[in-house]
Design a protein around this ligand. Structure first.
Ligand code: SAM
Length: 290
């Protein structure tokens, strides 16, 4: 999978060098390219924002600079795919922009080979714009994005990106405005880190144990509307707190039942709206008693 991230603070993305995502980049499963938006400005101050039409506080990110940045990245992706790619002049217009994708700050460029075993990147990426006014980013969306060969993340700052940018690209390719929660961050960088980690860990071979994602909260199937229950490891007693006896029993049926009960209890306590959304058809008699 190819990921392009455009930001005025590329330094934010150094965490993508470490842990699961760092290893996925080393292996070539993830090809992450971080770009400095200011590389596509043309004035001496490298200006990316201006005052909002209609007045009001704050600044808005200028459409021209975003247009040049996104066009250049799309053109780069189309060139990387070669003549076999399903590129069209409309999909990848020449821009004469500063061009080569930048890899700013400490976020080193990832391997440039296409994702191993994945499909060739298409002519256009799916564009993700983090914004508190977007659709909620969920595990379901993470799964959907994990199936995409190419994502481009546009990190807003100030009051956000001029809306015409989303309209312009939305007419030609998939553009999703996504929120990571009902609160306001200073910029899209942290939201993109959240999304990249949630998507990246779902890629084949990224998690050490493929079953980890299956048992997670919100996983498709039985856990879709359930939170995972409590987890324990050795020793069996720590500071007087005992591991529930059933987990030491070796009885797989009882353990599965206990885990389901705990998941239900925790969901009812912490996320009653999720519990209410559980399909009653999926509940058995034991569940209904909880
Ligand atoms: N004026 C905007 C509003 O009220 O919707 C908030 C802009 S916020 C200060 C600046 C940037 O941070 C946004 O453009 C977006 O990229 C990012 N951001 C802030 N909160 C976010 C959230 N909950 N989810 C995703 N991105 C967020």
């Amino acid at each position: 999978m190819r990921l392009d991230i455009v930001s005025i603070f590329p330094e934010y993305f150094s965490p993508l060098d470490v842990s699961l995502i760092g290893k996925a980049r080393e292996r070539g499963t993830l090809d992450v390219r971080v770009h400095q938006l200011r590389d596509w400005t043309h004035d001496v101050h490298k200006t990316v924002d201006d005052t909002p039409y209609g007045g009001g506080p704050g600044m808005v990110m200028k459409p021209e600079v975003w247009g040049e940045a996104i066009d250049a990245i799309i053109a780069d992706g189309a060139a990387a795919n070669g003549p076999a790619a399903d590129a069209s002049p409309t999909d990848a217009p020449p821009t004469g922009s500063p061009g080569a994708p930048a890899t700013g700050g400490s976020a080193a460029p990832g391997p440039t080979a296409p994702a191993t075993g994945g499909p060739a990147a298409p002519a256009t990426p799916r564009i993700i714009v983090p914004t508190p006014s977007g659709r909620p980013f969920t595990q379901e969306i993470a799964q959907e994005l994990a199936a995409e060969p190419w994502l481009l993340f546009a990190c807003g700052r100030y009051e956000g990106i001029d809306s015409r940018v989303m309209r312009e690209y939305g007419a030609r390719m998939r553009v999703d405005e996504l929120s990571i929660g009902d609160y306001v961050l200073a910029g899209g960088e942290v939201a993109v880190l959240v999304m990249v980690e949630a998507v990246g860990r779902l890629l084949p071979g990224v998690l050490g144990n493929v079953h980890s994602a299956v048992d997670d909260s919100f996983a498709p199937g039985a856990m879709r509307n359930l939170l995972e229950g409590p987890v324990y490891t050795k020793p069996p007693v720590w500071r007087g707190h005992e591991v529930p006896e059933v987990l030491l029993s070796g009885h797989h049926g009882r353990i599965a039942r206990w885990r389901r009960d705990e998941a239900l209890r925790r969901t009812v306590a912490n996320r009653p709206e999720l519990a209410a959304a559980i399909d009653p058809e999926t509940l058995d008699k034991h569940d209904r008693k909880l």
